[in-house]
Design a protein around this ligand. Sequence first.
Ligand SMILES: Cc1cc2nc3c(=O)[nH]c(=O)nc-3n(C[C@H](O)[C@H](O)[C@H](O)COP(=O)(O)OP(=O)(O)OC[C@H]3O[C@@H](n4cnc5c(N)ncnc54)[C@H](O)[C@@H]3O)c2cc1C
Length: 477
Amino acid sequence: MTVQRLSPEILGAMESAVGQNGIATNPAGMAKYLGDWAGDYRGGALAVLRPASVAEVQALMRLCNEFGLGVVPQGGNTGLVSGAIDSKGGLVVVSLERMNAIRQIDEENFTLQADAGCVLQAIKDACEARDCLFPLALGAQGSCQIGGNAATNAGGVNVLRYGMARDLILGLEVVLADGELWSGFSGLRKNNSGYDLKQLFIGSEGTLGIITGVEVKLFPKPAKTDTAYLGLASFEAAIRLFNRARSDCSDLISAFEIIGSECIELARLIDPAMRAPVSAPVQVLIELSSSAAVDLNGLMAGFLADAMDNGLVTDAVLAASTAQARSFWAIREGLVEGQAKRGYHVRTDLSVRISDIPALIEQARRFVANDHRGWIPLAYGHAGDGNIHFNVLPPPELAEHEARARGSEIVAGLYEITVGLGGSISAEHGIGRSRRKEFWVGLSPAHRRMVAALKNALDPKGLMNPGCLLPSTEGLP
Ligand SMILES: Cc1cc2nc3c(=O)[nH]c(=O)nc-3n(C[C@H](O)[C@H](O)[C@H](O)COP(=O)(O)OP(=O)(O)OC[C@H]3O[C@@H](n4cnc5c(N)ncnc54)[C@H](O)[C@@H]3O)c2cc1C
């Protein structure tokens, strides 16, 4: 049975655990925590709890365990699949925002330890000040938290070179569903002793415990970065270019983003003065970086001259300054924000083998053109990782409720195409509440049994983020 409201006894105990500043139960105090970034979801909660220390998280989890209260962990609330928002409302939200300290930077070991609520940008800035690099980079880095990045196994624009959050995390500190603390920091890069438990929590989207601390790997800070914005005739040409870039530019490529020209209009919704530096149906943003004294400029120029000579690239602009490189990235970031400004739209996060990207986009475009006339397809993404966001805007005149109904059909069609190509319906955003059904249906019986066994072992009462990622505890095999 869903709890309708918290008794004075529970509220009192929670207030003693986190102090008056750490609890909100009135609509105004909770509002900020109950709506998502894209404006797609509106949730409810019995209370929003904001612990300021690991001990406070433990105290809260002991209370929730004792009183059988479901818990939604929340980081920066920038997730795009409704993992940190629950619409039913019989749960408490635990926001990590007050736990935002960088605990330690060890330049000799190239490691950093931080509270889970530390904003990603703050970590990147602190590293930069010490001549180190933490390479996780995404459009939401000014708001998302390192704990949220771990819980969603975030990707972003530098995966190609440095991997996803899973590859960057050395250790986690987690408060389990019953309040017990597991501290898995070691500073070790090699630790081959049994099950690697941190990997269970990475990508678990708050369903196994609350991450309170994260230990990550650092890298040498690039001394030089070269960025170019390219025009190409087709997505096929873009994938051929990527393959050449991999061999011609060695392992110095740090980003390879693909943008269908139809996306540029969206970036202009954020800044009407924004102009793409090239005019071509497919555009590529490529970045090379190195911490050593390598002639990056020469490498990029030679590679581009070659690609233009053999007709792969039709137009190219090499950034002449950091400001110009930033203006290229502003187009990539602006188009994501522009979609949100446009209102409801179909949003996907698809992954296929890199060589299948042109087929995915071609089949998806054909499906929209044939079955959903008037809808506007957009294709862009981290092509170097096989990750395409194939999104679809409704015709402007369509009422939102009609668009939403049709949108579910479109999503189903796009997932069918992706699965048909052997791909995944979630490349980097996770499953959350919005992709839960498709995720669960797609698992084999053996996979489901293992997932259920892990969930039952770590969260036997089903209190951790119920409704997110998995069916309810009763629905598990
Ligand atoms: C403009 C924009 C661009 C984006 N670009 C990218 C991108 O390139 N790549 C990418 O991967 N994602 C991207 N995202 C999605 C999002 O930023 C990431 O998923 C991010 O990692 C979420 O972090 P958060 O702190 O905001 O987590 P939240 O949104 O608060 O939570 C996400 C999930 O993690 C759980 N969670 C959060 N904190 C904890 C914790 N401490 N312990 C346990 N569980 C927790 C929540 O319960 C929820 O299930 C983008 C989002 C936006 C708005």
